[in-house]
Design a protein around this ligand. Structure first.
Ligand code: KG4
Ligand code: ZN
Length: 333
C-alpha cells in the first residue's frame, strides 16, 4: 500500500512543511525567520507569530510542489518537542486541525530523533548500529542508533549546545545571528592561531560554557591592547573558535566510538552544516576505518523532511497521536 505523509516542523524559528510518498521526499519547504537577526537571537513571541503567518503558505507550497492534493494525504506528522512552546503550538494545532478535517492519523515526532533520522531520507541508509553526533542550536548529543525507532543518548551537553557556542562567540565578534554559518565562512580565510581553554569533562558529556568565558576574557584582553583587534583578526579568530569547538566534538565522538566499539559514525543538526566539522568527521571515519554519514545541507538545519521520514518509520509501527496531544517543550528522548 502506498503511504503519503504531510510533515510539519515549527519547533524554533523555521516554519517547514514536507510531503513524502513511500519514504521519498517530494517537497521540503523551509521558511526561515529573518526577524530575529536584529535581536541577536530568537525572540519566542515573535517566532510564534511568524509561524502563524507562514504555516498556511508553506504547507500550500509544499503540497503544490509535490503535486499532491490534500485528499491524498494518509497522515500528518508534526514536531511535538523539544522546542519553544509558542512555536510548537502553531505546528501542533495546525496538524491537529487538518487531521481532524481530513479524518486521518496524526504522528508525533521528537525533534532531536528526527535530526538523526535525516540519515534515512536518501539511499543508502546507514548500517546499524552507528553513532550520531547531533549538534544543533539547543542540543549536543552522541546518540547510539540501533534502528530508526530505537536510539539512545550516550553523551550530552551539561550546559550550552555547540550551536549556541558558535552563535555566542560570533556575537562577541559582532557577527549577526545566527553566527554559525558566518564563522564557517570567515574561518575558511583564516588560520587557527589563537588558543582557548578546552573543557575537561568526564565520560562522553560536553561543556561549552567554559570556552565561552575563555573567548570573552581573551577578547577583552586583546582589545585593551588594540581596540581594533577583532576587525584586524576576524578570520583567524573565527578559524580558532571553529577549530576549538570541532576538537571538543570530535574528541568525544572518537571516545564514544572506542568505548562502544562502533566504527560507523554520523553527524546531524544545524552545526553539521559546518564545513570544518564535515571534514573532521570524515578524517575520524578514516582513522576508525568505518563508514561516515553526512547529511545533505538541506537536511542539516531544521526541516520538515526529517519529521516526515521519522513518521514514515513510526507509521509502520502504528504509533499515532490523538486529538488530546499537546506540545512538549522538554520532550524526553
Ligand atoms: O538544528 P538547527 O537548525 O536548529 C535547532 O534545532 O537548534 O541548528 C541551528 C544552529 C545554530 O546555532 C546555527 O548557528 C548553527 O546551527 N549552524 C552552524 C552552521 N549552520 C548552522 N554552525 C556552524 N557552521 C555552520 N555552517
Ligand atoms: Zn533542530
Amino acid at each position: 500500500m502506498s503511504l503519503t505523509l504531510l510533515a510539519i516542523e515549527s519547533s524554533c524559528d523555521d516554519t517547514s512543511a514536507a510531503v513524502l510518498k513511500d519514504g521519498k521526499v517530494l517537497s521540503n519547504i523551509v521558511s526561515s525567520q529573518k526577524i530575529h537577526e536584529e535581536y541577536g537571537g530568537v525572540v519566542p513571541e515573535l517566532a510564534s507569530r511568524e509561524h502563524q503567518a507562514n504555516i498556511i503558505p508553506v504547507v500550500t507550497k509544499a503540497l503544490k510542489l509535490a503535486g499532491v492534493d490534500k485528499a491524498e494525504i494518509d497522515g500528518i506528522a508534526f514536531t511535538k518537542g523539544p522546542g519553544l512552546l509558542g512555536s510548537l503550538l502553531v505546528g501542533v494545532t495546525f496538524a491537529k486541525s487538518l487531521a481532524l478535517a481530513l479524518d486521518i492519523p496524526l504522528i508525533e515526532v521528537h525533534h532531536m530523533k528526527a535530526h538523526v533520522m535525516a540519515h534515512y531520507i536518501d539511499d543508502p541508509v546507514p548500517n546499524e548500529p552507528f553513532l550520531c553526533l547531533t549538534v544543533s542550536g539547543g542540543h549536543t548529543q552522541i546518540v547510539k542508533v540501533n534502528s530508526p525507532t530505537e536510539m539512545r543518548i550516550i553523551g550530552n551537553t551539561i550546559d550550552d549546545a555547540a550551536g549556541e557556542a558558535f552563535d555566542k562567540a560570533g556575537k562577541m565578534l559582532g557577527l549577526d545571528y545566527p553566527a554559525g554559518p558566518l564563522i564557517d565562512k570567515y574561518a575558511k580565510e583564516g588560520e587557527a592561531k589563537f588558543h582557548f581553554n578546552k573543557p575537561k569533562i568526564k565520560d562522553l558529556d560536553f561543556s561549552f560554557s567554559g570556552l565561552k568565558t575563555s573567548i570573552l576574557y581573551s577578547l577583552k584582553k586583546w582589545k585593551t591592547e588594540d581596540p581594533d583587534f577583532i576587525e584586524k583578526n576576524r578570520n583567524d579568530l573565527c578559524a580558532s573558535i571553529q577549530s576549538t569547538i570541532i576538537e571538543i566534538l570530535i574528541d568525544k565522538l572518537e571516545s564514544a566510538a572506542r568505548q562502544e566499539n562502533i566504527k560507523d559514525i554520523a553527524i546531524a543538526g544545524g552545526v553539521s552544516a559546518n564545513s570544518g566539522l564535515r571534514q573532521a568527521v570524515s578524517l575520524l571515519g578514516e582513522k576508525l576505518n568505518g563508514q561516515v554519514y553526512i547529511p545533505q545541507f538541506q537536511y542539516c538545519t531544521d526541516n520538515a523532511a526529517m519529521i516526515g521520514i521519522s513518521a514514515h518509520y513510526q507509521f509502520d509501527e502504528g504509533v499515532y497521536a490523538d486529538q488530546s496531544v499537546k506540545p512538549d517543550p522538554r520532550m524526553v528522548f
